[in-house]
Write a protein that binds this ligand. Structure first.
Ligand SMILES: [Zn+2]
Length: 435
C-alpha cells in the first residue's frame, strides 16, 4: 500500500462517471484524502500542480468508478494446493480468502456484496480490510446461508441425518425458530447481510413464507439486510411479500410476481454469469454432465426473458457474477462478464450495463450516494481503463487493460500479491449451481 498523496490529479481522461451521463472528454478528477474533491473540464479552475501532487496523465484513457460486484463469494470455495490436506479448514479457508480478496481488487472491483461463505471468514476478512491489515474491496458480507432440507445449501451427498458439516456454506434451519436463532447468531457475529437459500432450481419452494418473513423481521431489527437465493415463482413471490432487500436469480418469476416485486420495491440480481459459465465451460471447469448443462441453458433463456420483463416494470437490475462459487469462478476474472450478458442477451445499452455495475449496485454495498459515481464529495474509488468500455463492454473483463486503480483515495499496488496463480480446477470440486 502507498500512502495517500496530498493530492491525486488525474488529467486529460474521458470521464464515464457511473451516473449514466454521457462520457465527458478531457476531464480532471482531483482526489484529496479518501474523497474526490473536484471533477470538471480542464478549464484552469483547479489549483495548479505542486511537487507534492501525484499527477496521472489519462490521455486517451477512460476514468470510471470502481466496479461493484453484487454477488462475489470469497470463502465459499477453496482450490487445491499441493501439500494441503484439508482445504476446507477454517485456517486454510481464511488464508485462501485473504489471497482471493486482493485478486478481486486488482481486477478493478472496489466493492462487493458477499452472499454467503464458510465459518465467519468473510466477516473477519472484511474487518481485516477495514483495519488496514489486507488490501481489498469494500465488503458487505453474509455468513453461512440459511437453508432447510432440500435447499441448495443442503447439498447432496450429505444425507439428511448428517445435516450440514461445520465447513459447509449452508447452515440447516428447519423451523421458524431455527431461522430466527441463526439470524440472531449471525447478526451478533457481525454480518451485514443474511442469505436465505431456497431450492437449487426453483422447481419446489423449500423455505416457507413465514420463515422468510421471520428472518426479515429479525434481521431488519438488527439493521441487517436480507437476500434470498430464489429461482421459483412462489418463493420469489413470498420473498417480495416478506420485504427482502434483494432477490438473487428470480428465473421463474412470472408477470404477476414481477408486478409484486415492482410494488414492493426490491431489486433483482439475476446472476447470469454463473449459469453461462456452466454452459460454456461446464465440462472443463465444473465437471458438469450434459443434462445439467442443458438445464442451465434453459434456465438462462428463462432468466433473460424474466429480466426483460422486470426492466419493463422499472425493477432495478443489479449486477453480480457469482465469482468464487466454485472452481471455474476464479477471483478477478469474471466480474465484468455480467455487463456483457446484460448487453448481448438482455438488450441493455453499454451505458446501462456500466450503471448496473457501478452506481446501480451501490445500495447493495450500503454506500448509495457514496461510491459508484465520480463526483465531488464521493469516496475516491476509481479505475482508469486503457480502452473505451462503451465501445466494447468486454473490456471490463480484462484487468490487463487497467492502468490505475484507486480505492479509498489510495493507489492500489497492482504488483502486490503477484505470486503465482493457484490451481483452481480440482476435479472433485463441489459446486452449488449458482447459490
Ligand atoms: Zn452465489
Amino acid at each position: 500500500m502507498t500512502n495517500a498523496p496530498q493530492r491525486l490529479l488525474i488529467k486529460n481522461g474521458t470521464l464515464i462517471d457511473g451516473s449514466g451521463r454521457d462520457p465527458a472528454p478531457n476531464h480532471v478528477v482531483v482526489v484529496e484524502g479518501n474523497r474526490i474533491t473536484h471533477v470538471g473540464s480542464a478549464d484552469g479552475s483547479v489549483r495548479s500542480e505542486t511537487p507534492d501532487d501525484t499527477v496521472i496523465d489519462a490521455t486517451g484513457k477512460f476514468i470510471m468508478p470502481g466496479l461493484i460486484d453484487a454477488h462475489c463469494h470469497i470463502s465459499l470455495h477453496q482450490g487445491a494446493l499441493p501439500g494441503v490436506k484439508y482445504t476446507s479448514s477454517a485456517e486454510f479457508c481464511t488464508l485462501w480468502a485473504a489471497h482471493a480478496i486482493g485478486r478481486v481488487l486488482r481486477a478493478g472491483v472496489t466493492s462487493i456484496a458477499v452472499p454467503g461463505g464458510k465459518w465467519f471468514t468473510d466477516v473477519t476478512v472484511r474487518e481485516a480490510v477495514e483495519g488496514g491489515l489486507l488490501e481489498g474491496p469494500r465488503m458487505v458480507v453474509a455468513g453461512r446461508a440459511l437453508s432447510n432440507y432440500g435447499g441448495i445449501f443442503d447439498p447432496d451427498p450429505y444425507p439428511a441425518y448428517e445435516g450440514t458439516p461445520n465447513d459447509a456454506a449452508g447452515v440447516l434451519c428447519n423451523t421458524r425458530d431455527e431461522f430466527i436463532r441463526e439470524t440472531r447468531k449471525q447478526c451478533k457475529r457481525g454480518v451485514d447481510l443474511i442469505k436465505i437459500a431456497d431450492s437449487t432450481w426453483g422447481d419446489v419452494q423449500t423455505v416457507a413464507d413465514d420463515e422468510i418473513t421471520a428472518v426479515v423481521h429479525e434481521a431488519h431489527r438488527h439493521n441487517v439486510k436480507v437476500a434470498i437465493h430464489s429461482r421459483g415463482s412462489t418463493s420469489t413471490r413470498a420473498a417480495a411479500k416478506a420485504g427482502v432487500d434483494l432477490i438473487y436469480h428470480g428465473d421463474w418469476a412470472n408477470e404477476r410476481d414481477l408486478d409484486m416485486i415492482a410494488k414492493a420495491g426490491m431489486p433483482i440480481a439475476p446472476v447470469l454469469t454463473s449459469p453461462w459459465l456452466g454452459v460454456e465451460h461446464g465440462a472443463a471447469g465444473r465437471g458438469l454432465g450434459g443434462r445439467v448443462r442443458d438445464r442451465l441453458r434453459a434456465q438462462l433463456d428463462t432468466s433473460f426473458q424474466m429480466i426483460r420483463n422486470a426492466r419493463d416494470r422499472g425493477i432495478p437490475i443489479l449486477s453480480g457474477s457469482d465469482t468464487g462459487n466454485a472452481s471455474a469462478f476464479s477471483h478477478g476474472k469474471w466480474h465484468g462478464k455480467e455487463a456483457e450478458l446484460f448487453v448481448t442477451e438482455v438488450g441493455m445499452t453499454p451505458m446501462e450495463a456500466i450503471v448496473a455495475n457501478t452506481s446501480g449496485n451501490a445500495a447493495m454495498v450500503n454506500l448509495a450516494g457514496e461510491v459508484g459515481v465520480i463526483a465531488a464529495g464521493k469516496l475516491a474509488d476509481l479505475v482508469i481503463w486503457d480502452n473505451d468500455p462503451l465501445a466494447d463492454i468486454t473490456i471490463l473483463q480484462r484487468p490487463a487493460e487497467i492502468s490505475l486503480i484507486v480505492k479509498d483515495g489510495r493507489i492500489v499496488d497492482r504488483e502486490a500479491g503477484g505470486f503465482r496463480q493457484l490451481s483452481e480446477d480440482p476435479p472433485r470440486a463441489r459446486m452449488f449451481l449458482a447459490g
